[in-house]
Each structure stands twice: as structure tokens, then as C-alpha cells.
Design a protein. Structure first.
Ligand code: TXA
Ligand code: MG
Length: 333
């Protein structure tokens, strides 16, 4: 299958491919998603196949607006109302009970809940509105690889396996949406993202917990995807928590370094072995996955050192993804 690259002028074509059951990747403000019409079980199953994703890991349901979500949920609790008013469209995914039978089992993984997301991206809003149905939207990468933040990343992973990619340029945030479980009391953040537990708690006027369940622990994680290794290039990744430790690393042509420009400036490393994360944490969020992919594609690299951040809740999302990529490995002298 030839994978077409479409633009904002081709939305009719993208919508009709989705209506025919084809897979179409789409931009969001977080990362690119892999779309299929959510009401068609066969199409949804093809999403798992294209990504190589385990079938017990349910998919996000991407909607154009709250009204579309209402067709599939049992009820919209007051907490959901408040969060939607404040954060939608935006990088916040709500876990709610679904109306039984309203979505194929392949979407929910047989759970009584589904994760609803309304991205802040005009192209994708218009695409879903045109289609008239929600689309499933897992990140458009091969399972376990870093999520795609450009149409080129999607093409790299999924060319020949999907009908089309709608190219909306580089995504703004760079890390996936915050997922909040509103079926729990108090609500629980299952995956940290740009919107912090503090910000959610302020809008809700009640405490919000953060799920700290670690991979491999006995209790079954509530977001099934959390138990799998993620965001991992083929080479080992090591987190460097202290800026002062960068000067102690044994660096050569087989090592890659990902850090802020201020840190890289002091290192005697060839340009090809450096990846600039930018000037601050927001830049680093935006660039993390692109950097992991950059080194993944370089034959001679055997190890990747990546700068860690300790900036409270603002760095939760970045550290969550980086720790998964590093399988928990941190530099110790
Ligand atoms: O920013 C995002 O959320 C991106 C863009 C493309 O929208 N999408 C995304 O989807 O990150 P995905 O499939 O890569 O991650 C969704 C996560 C998975 O960890 C999955 O296990 C969890 O949401 N999830 C989905 N439905 C769930 C459910 N009913 N209960 C618990 N967790 C669920
Ligand atoms: Mg993903």
C-alpha cells in the first residue's frame, strides 16, 4: 500500500478514506495519532496490527467536541463538565464509563470505560467533524518506539501500512496528553502530561492523585498501556540527573548526548553525537522524542545520555517518558 501525505486542502479525501475503514494518521497538539473510524471493529483491529500493539491495551477515542463524546458515555459527571469547560480542546484525556455496546470491544479492550480526548488542532477537529464519527487515536508510532511529533516520524514507522498521513507540521507539546480517571474517587492522573495534577485540582476544587504504579509491580496498572516498555530506541538510554555529571561521562563516537544548549556548550563532543533539547524544560518536552529517534537511526551509537529535570509537577511528564525510555537507568558516579 502506498502511504499518501495529505495537507489541510485534502481533508475531504482523508475523511472519505476513514469512512471506508482505512487508517489515516493525524496531527494533534501533543503527538501524531493513528486514526480509524471508532465505530468499525475491523478498522480498529487494523490499528493494533499496524502498530504491533498488544490487543489488551485499549485506544483513546478522539472526538470533535463534547457533544460527540456524549453519544458514547453513560453520563457526564460534574467533574468532567468542569474540566471540559476549562481544558478542551486541549491535551487532557478523560476516562469515563461508556454506554454499553456503543463502541466496539476492540476500542475499550472490553473495559466498561473509555478514554475521551478532544485535541486542540483545527485540522483534526475539521476532519472528525466531516467524518461525523469519533476516530481512535493511539500515538502513530510502532509500538514501544518514541511517539511521533512530525509527519516524517509517522512515515518512518508506518509507511506502506496505512493509507495516509495528514501533515500538520511539528506538534506543539511533544508529549502525550494527561489522562485523568474520573471513575475513581478522588480522580487519579493515570499518565502525566502538560496539564499537571495541581492544575486539575485547582479547577476541580478537590484533590487529584497521581498514579505512581511502577512497571513490573504486582497490582495491575489502571492504564493497561503503562505495563509495557515504551519510547525506547534500540540503544540503552541513561538519565543524567545532575548537570555537573555531564563533564564526568565517558563520551566518544559511540555515545549520544541529549541536553539543553547551555549544557552542550561545555562538552567537547562532535556535533553528530549531540542533540540539542533547547533552552528550557518546555523545549525539552517538545524535543525529547525527536532526539531519541535521531540517535535510534544512527548505526554507531551504543548508548544515549539524556538530561533529567527536577522541576516538580512541571517535569512529571518529561521524567515519566524518559524513565520509561531508560528502563529506570540513571547515571551514578
Ligand atoms: O496525546 C495523546 O493522548 C495521544 C494523541 C495521539 O491523542 N494519544 C495517545 O494514545 O497517547 P495511546 O494509545 O498511545 O495512549 C493511550 C493510553 C494507553 O496507555 C492506554 O492504555 C490508556 O490510554 N487507555 C485507553 N483506554 C483506557 C481505558 N479504558 N482505561 C484505562 N486506560 C486506558
Ligand atoms: Mg502511545
Amino acid at each position: 500500500m502506498e502511504t499518501k501525505i495529505l495537507s489541510k486542502d485534502d481533508l475531504d479525501q482523508a475523511a472519505s478514506l476513514l469512512a471506508q475503514g482505512e487508517l489515516v494518521a493525524f496531527p494533534t497538539e501533543t503527538v501524531y495519532g493513528l486514526g480509524a473510524i471508532a465505530t468499525n471493529e475491523t478498522s480498529v483491529k487494523n490499528v493494533y496490527r499496524a502498530k504491533g500493539r498488544p490487543s489488551d491495551n485499549p485506544l483513546i477515542v478522539t472526538v470533535a467536541d463534547e457533544a460527540m463524546m456524549r453519544r458514547y458515555v453513560k453520563a457526564v459527571p460534574e467533574e468532567a463538565e468542569k474540566l471540559i469547560k476549562h481544558f478542551w480542546p486541549g491535551p487532557l484525556t478523560l476516562l469515563l464509563y461508556v454506554k454499553p455496546g456503543s463502541l466496539p470491544e476492540a476500542v475499550t479492550g472490553g473495559l466498561p470505560t473509555a478514554a475521551f480526548r478532544c485535541p486542540d488542532d483545527q485540522l483534526t477537529h475539521d476532519l472528525i467533524a466531516k467524518l461525523g464519527y469519533p476516530i481512535v487515536g493511539p500515538s502513530a508510532n510502532t509500538s514501544t518506539k518514541p511517539s511521533p511529533t512530525t509527519a516524517q516520524h509517522v512515515y518512518h514507522d508506518l509507511k506502506g501500512k496505512i493509507a495516509a498521513i495528514v501533515d500538520g507540521g511539528a506538534t506543539r507539546v511533544g508529549l502525550e496528553s494527561t489522562i485523568i480517571d474520573l471513575t475513581a474517587q478522588p480522580p487519579v492522573v493515570l499518565r502525566p502530561g502538560e496539564i499537571t495534577p495541581e492544575a486539575l485540582s485547582t479547577v476541580l476544587g478537590e484533590p487529584v492523585l497521581l498514579n505512581t504504579g511502577k512497571v513490573g509491580e504486582k497490582d495491575i496498572p489502571k492504564a493497561p498501556g503503562m505495563k509495557y516498555r515504551h519510547y525506547a530506541p534500540s540503544e540503552p538510554v541513561v538519565v543524567v540527573d545532575q548537570v555537573s555529571d555531564f563533564s564526568k561521562l565517558m563520551l566518544d563516537e559511540t555515545t549520544g548526548v541529549m541536553a539543553l544548549s547551555s549544557v552542550l556548550a561545555d562538552l567537547a563532543v562532535p556535533d553528530a553525537n549531540k542533540f540539542n533539547l533547547g533552552n528550557n524544560l518546555v523545549d525539552a518536552d517538545h524535543n525529547l522524542f525527536a532526539g531519541l529517534r535521531y540517535f535510534d537511526d544512527q548505526a554507531g551509537i551504543k548508548k544515549i545520555y539524556v538530561q533529567g529535570f527536577d522541576q516538580g509537577q512541571a517535569s512529571y511528564a518529561y521524567m515519566n517518558r524518559l524513565n520509561k525510555a531508560a528502563a529506570g537507568q540513571h547515571y551514578r558516579k
